[in-house]
Design a protein around this ligand. Sequence first.
Ligand SMILES: *[C@@H]1O[C@H](CO)[C@@H](O)[C@H](O)[C@H]1NC(C)=O
Ligand SMILES: *[C@@H]1O[C@H](CO)[C@@H](O)[C@H](O)[C@H]1NC(C)=O
Ligand SMILES: *[C@@H]1O[C@H](CO)[C@@H](O)[C@H](O)[C@H]1NC(C)=O
Ligand SMILES: *[C@@H]1O[C@H](CO)[C@@H](O)[C@H](O)[C@H]1NC(C)=O
Length: 589
Amino acid sequence: MARSRSSSSSTTWRYINPAYYLKRPKRLALLFIAFVSVSFVFWDRQTLVREHEEELWKLKEEVLQLQNQLEELKHDDIPVHKTNLTTMNIDDLPIDPIEIQRREKVKDAMIHAWTSYEKYAWGHDELQSKPLKAVFFGQPQSKNGVDSFGGLGATLIDSLDTLYIMGLHEQFQKAREWVVTSLDFNKNYDASVFETTIRVVGGLLSAYDLSGDNVFLEKAKDIADRLLPAWDTPSGIPYNIINLVNGNAHNPGWTGGDSILADSGTEQLEFIALSQRTGDPKYQQKVFVENVIRELNKTFPADGLLPIYINPHKGTTSYSTITFGAMGDSFYEYLLKVWIQGNKTAAVKHYREMWETSMKGLLSLVRRTEPSSFAYISEKIGSSLIDKMDELACFAPGMIALGSSGYGPGESSKFLSLAEELAWTCYNFYQSTPTKLAGENYFFHSGQDMTVGTSWNILRPETVESLFYLWRLTGNKTYQDWGWNIFQAFEKNSRVEAGYVGLKDVSTLIVNTGVKDNMMQSFFLAETLKYLYLLFSPPSLISLDEWVFNTEAHPLRIVSRVAPGEGSKQHKATNIRVRARREGRFGKA
Ligand SMILES: *[C@@H]1O[C@H](CO)[C@@H](O)[C@H](O)[C@H]1NC(C)=O
Ligand SMILES: *[C@@H]1O[C@H](CO)[C@@H](O)[C@H](O)[C@H]1NC(C)=O
Ligand SMILES: *[C@@H]1O[C@H](CO)[C@@H](O)[C@H](O)[C@H]1NC(C)=O
Ligand SMILES: *[C@@H]1O[C@H](CO)[C@@H](O)[C@H](O)[C@H]1NC(C)=O
């Protein structure tokens, strides 16, 4: 895409146009130095020298960052290449007949979920199937749409890339038409910055990266612009809730005014991608998403583990739980994935370093059950470990596997083994219940291995996500079989006449299946079904060498980022990868 740079028409005007100086950081610095010198005449020198030294130092940093951004923008290939549907036609690729059968079943499930959404909840955020009368299995259901995210068509946007990848072109086109004609972000609604970013910004960007259709990019910009004021806090740690019309931002009442770690540190992939695709640096800029990581890095502990509550005024963490589950999880995920998104160059190496620090912390949380020695990731508060793990934390085996190849050979296989062990535990979260579906979280008591805590299942994807990565990275078909078993349990328990619903209790069987809830979560179509489909597809379909998945399973193209001083047209990517990921233990092609 040609990036238009505003050409200044009047020579006088351009000197007062800030953009002029953004492009000429040296002059900006000169201007500032001139300002400093004049100030000296009027003000007390001693204090000023100190203050100005500090400011100069900050300014130098800013100039450097602006230079970096300019470098990046000059040298990034902004990816608008349309992903060719013909070449993505996976039916041409050789594949095991069992895989084909399984993949088709998953595609059928997507068609069932999508068709139900289309019929009963079109344009709404999610499809709900409410029992008409209290609650016996098999009772008629009333089906309708609910706007759990402010009426942004969450399921529709979350599904765009899944439809595209599965080759459901008619459905994709119809959804695109809705985006063009009916998607309206001008809603007087207090939106979650995190949910809106990962579902809506991520979903639209992924649809753009796959289809090359500008409609999606324009919409992504529109919604992202409405989210930006959330970062306008004293520390740069964003408020987690923002009104989409007036930009008023705040934190939820129940956090006591604090921001949540995962909600504040899970916008980097989407906003960096948006800056790359639009050529407008403001989304990733210092003041926004990249600054959050810099801010958190200032007080980053030696074990790389941060409590889940952060004060947005001071930028410091508050006494609270440390977890790879709810409210912590994707902060750690994005440290790794920003590095991958930037193609592992020197410009993004510091993200990898922070991630490796956090992995040391993760190791300190790993414990094993009795009697069966399942590895799990405990939680921590203060200095006490809590023997609990969320199903949400089951993304971690996939993340660890994905990051393992960046280590030297010894460390690499140690982390890969840990990932495999943890995946086995997560798979057993499913296998250990009568429905064969996992509860929301588990406790580990000595002598009893694992016990379901909160016993609902809301169609979550994390375990199949990890199985997908492990299969891609090791080529071990066992992970496909586990994924298939989980898929069958969803089919058996969660498939209803209109789409899919969660379970209220995975531990109780009524007429052979679990007691249902009434909600088809949008991430079931965005994540659970997509990862399952890819689990039974050739690795070249959304190759991990070209794509990185956001935390809502929306694939974004990898674009090499260039470090300061690396000004060549060729990407001088410092590839610190030790061996190709595809050369995992079993060398699956
Ligand atoms: C897609 O790829 C096929 C096969 O390589 C080619 O014939 C076709 O022209 C391509 N289509 C587009 C739109 O680039
Ligand atoms: C974190 O701080 C260390 C020095 O304290 C620095 O070397 C590193 O680059 C920083 N990382 C980020 C992401 O800013
Ligand atoms: C495949 O993975 C399973 C589960 O981790 C493991 O038990 C099995 O040994 C692996 N197969 C091979 C061939 O390594
Ligand atoms: C990433 O960098 C490697 C070189 O280290 C290069 O071969 C590859 O094409 C780059 N990938 C992308 C998507 O730019």
